[in-house]
Design a protein around this ligand. Structure first.
Ligand SMILES: Nc1ncnc2c1ncn2[C@@H]1O[C@H](COP(=O)(O)OP(=O)(O)OP(=O)(O)O)[C@@H](O)[C@H]1O
Length: 356
């Protein structure tokens, strides 16, 4: 059967093309829009479910291949945009107006690189074109301001009819509020439940976030009261657990996973940080300082995906200290590439969960 070239025949031929993550037809998902034909030139808009879609190129190529089977097609032009879906609402937790998905980055213990992952994932999502905010809720070591180059800045406070509204700081495409803006670095702070709860609620509901595709929350490490308070206050689309390959870190991640499961927060997966060391003078070499494949084993045991492995690289630490995240400062490095892929995985999983 020889079909004629029309917007209808283009949509018809695209019907079997699926979104690989959602495993549903792009046409049925309303991801194909504005089909137009000009002579043999076919133009359309592909509306992805996240600007950070890891499979963007595959989907475009699948569409092009299908359309080229129609007679008379001389070229295919695809404009790619994205509309991030809104997370499913949780019955006992109030969402934030304009904020589509809240994602917690957590770790069973301190020092595993949770903040480095949170900051770089946030910046990588912004680089992909998403609107991104970051809450640094790490009461023990709020270092996101330093890592984002915002040390010394603060949050402006505006008095409104609704009370105090905080203006987030902004750099590298990410809006930030941090415990570090509120507490004196040299003063020990003892956080009691109600106090922590108050600050967390302020960070969620009394910040001029505007429209956000993703609000990343850098959680305090561990699974004590502070974490529970945080996890209960936040209506989360999902949580990511950062670990290192050592056994103790993995044991702690198990606790983290259980905590989120008990709170009905879907665990999107595990990130293994400091997976191996790449010496700067021998970039082809890898040293498994903390053992190998720990993250993979834990992910399999806990039945959650391994979102990626980030190597130990000196420029990542230096970038953090300088306020230039590695995904900005050295995007071609192995750690930056891993972090960008992790951000894409997180975004894809969040969209799948929202549309399931
Ligand atoms: N993959 C990596 N390569 C090199 N340095 C890293 C890597 N990951 C983290 N670091 C460095 O390790 C230190 C601790 O990292 P980070 O602050 O991100 O950890 P954390 O888990 O958030 O710690 P805490 O919550 O206890 O403050 C930082 O100096 C950071 O730059």
């Amino acid at each position: 059967m020889l079909e004629t070239l029309s917007a209808e025949s283009v949509l018809e031929v695209l019907k079997p093309v699926q979104d690989p993550e959602l495993q549903k037809s792009l046409v049925a998902l309303n991801m194909i829009r504005n089909v137009s034909i000009d002579d043999g030139k076919v133009r359309f808009t592909l509306v992805l479910t996240t600007p950070a879609c890891p499979l963007r190129q595959f989907i475009v190529e699948d569409c092009e291949r299908a359309i080229k089977t129609l007679p008379g097609v001389t070229s295919v032009e695809v404009e790619v945009t994205a509309e991030t879906p809104q997370q499913k609402s949780l019955p006992d937790r109030t969402g934030i107006e304009g904020v589509k998905n809240i994602i917690a980055i957590s770790s069973g213990k301190g020092g595993v690189g949770k903040s480095s992952v949170a900051v770089n994932v946030a910046v990588a999502l912004a680089q992909a074109g998403a609107k991104v905010g970051l809450i640094d809720a790490d009461i023990y070591g709020p270092n996101a301001p330093t890592m984002l180059g915002l040390e010394g800045s603060g949050v402006a406070v505006t008095q409104t009819e609704q009370g105090e509204i905080l203006e987030p700081a902004f750099n590298h495409g990410v809006k930030l509020v941090s415990m570090g803006f509120l507490i004196d670095k040299d003063q020990p702070v003892i956080w009691r439940g109600p106090m922590l709860n108050g600050v967390i609620r302020q960070f969620l509901y009394q910040v001029r976030w505007g429209d956000l595709d993703y609000l990343i929350v850098d959680m305090p490490p561990g699974t004590g009261d502070a974490q529970l308070t945080m996890a209960q206050a936040v209506p989360m689309a999902g949580a990511v657990i950062v670990t290192t390959p050592q056994t103790v870190a993995l044991l702690d991640s198990r606790r983290g996973l259980k905590m989120f499961q008990q709170l009905n927060v879907p665990v999107l997966g595990i990130v293994e940080n400091m997976s191996y060391f790449i010496p700067p003078d021998m970039p082809d070499r890898q040293y498994d300082i903390f053992g190998s494949a720990g993250g993979e084993k834990t992910a399999a045991e806990l039945n959650v995906p391994l979102l990626g492995c980030v190597p130990l690289e000196i420029p990542l630490r230096q970038g953090g200290d300088k306020g230039i995240p590695i995904v900005v400062g050295d995007p071609d490095s192995a750690s930056a590439k891993a972090l960008t892929q992790i951000a894409q995985q997180i975004a894809a999983k969040v969209s799948v969960a929202a549309l399931a």
